[in-house]
Design a protein around this ligand. Sequence first.
Ligand code: PLP
Length: 394
Amino acid sequence: MTLEEMDKKYVLQTYARNYVNFKSGQNATLFDEDGKDYIDFTSGIGVASVGHGNAQVAAAIYEQVSHLTHTSNLFLIEPQAKLAKKMVELSGLDMAVFFGNSGAEANEGAIKIARKYGQNKFKNKRFKVLTLEHSFHGRTITTIKATGQDSFHQEAFSPYPAGFEHKSQIKDIYSAIDDETVGVMIELIQGEGGVQAFDKKEVQDLAAFLRSKELLLIIDEVQSGVFRSGEFLSAKLYGIEPDIVTLAKGLAGGVPIGAVMTKHKDVFKTGDHGSTFGGNFLSTRAGLEVLDILESYYKEGFLGASIEYFDKKLQEQVKNHSDIFLATTGIGFMRGLQCANGELVAKIIKAGFANGVLVLKAGRNTLRFLPPLTITKEEIDEGFARFEKALGSI
Ligand SMILES: *Cc1c(COP(=O)(O)O)cnc(C)c1O
């Protein structure tokens, strides 16, 4: 039985999977079982933030798990406390953290905080959370409902929980706020929806309005967070102070982790929320090491420099292939190339793979680039050289 046959027989087939068998990686380069190498412009959908095979993270994880992997949240977890402190310091916001295991779970936590805040704060309980079209907030029943894409709201999984409504644009949110609305949850740079960054002024106006009404601004930074935007939080780029921030993907470099941070530190009381695995020694020790690497990378200007270089390469693509690419989108290392049509996106991904460079799709017609934040100039050059070859082959 081949591995592909095994996968197809024993794994539930929920993914349109490419059956390449990757065996190892080194920063932004992956190697398959035949030794063929690929420049990875996807970092496992924004997860391998410090690249593949990172020796510093591997050593920290090994050291940690050789002593302790898990004891439960009934006891103090040293790296959890240290990681929370580090995240709060990097955010520059007066917040506290709850740890889970995924982005969806982080958003579930955010919604629970919002609903309890809505009960505590107002005479008539407020519980409704407004979200935006083309958003993506996760795959649990609740976060599917929060996701503003009808294609996710399959009848088969209904009934969905009440208390969510999605609006087409930020400006439509104001009139949708009623006496049941407790807050708004948005990505500042929509990822899955097509790598679209919102206008700064529009977001700032919304933030000020919500604050004036004591309603909550929840920023889903599951994809945009942990330096992917060029800052620890994209909220900083936007000059806003959210009530709640959710993080996951890049936070522990590939070890499953999710986090909800909030300045409303006293909403959750003992017993209100929990997670068996959330914040255990393995994931939080990995997270600490990832943040240690990324913080110095950021402070020493390497992150900013490689983001700038990558941007230059993307701009060249639009200039040189104006028949294929309409525009660049996104911010930092969360970037897109808008293509003339959706079929082109699929063709380029396939040709890219054949030529040894991995790229993703987002929305209907956008090629998405989420490279490891530690990608080198040489890897960027090699990746775009292969990308050129791929374009030439279609
Ligand atoms: C990936 C993603 C999620 C879901 O994260 P999971 O870890 O897959 O549950 C939620 N929100 C955004 C913005 C994401 O990009």
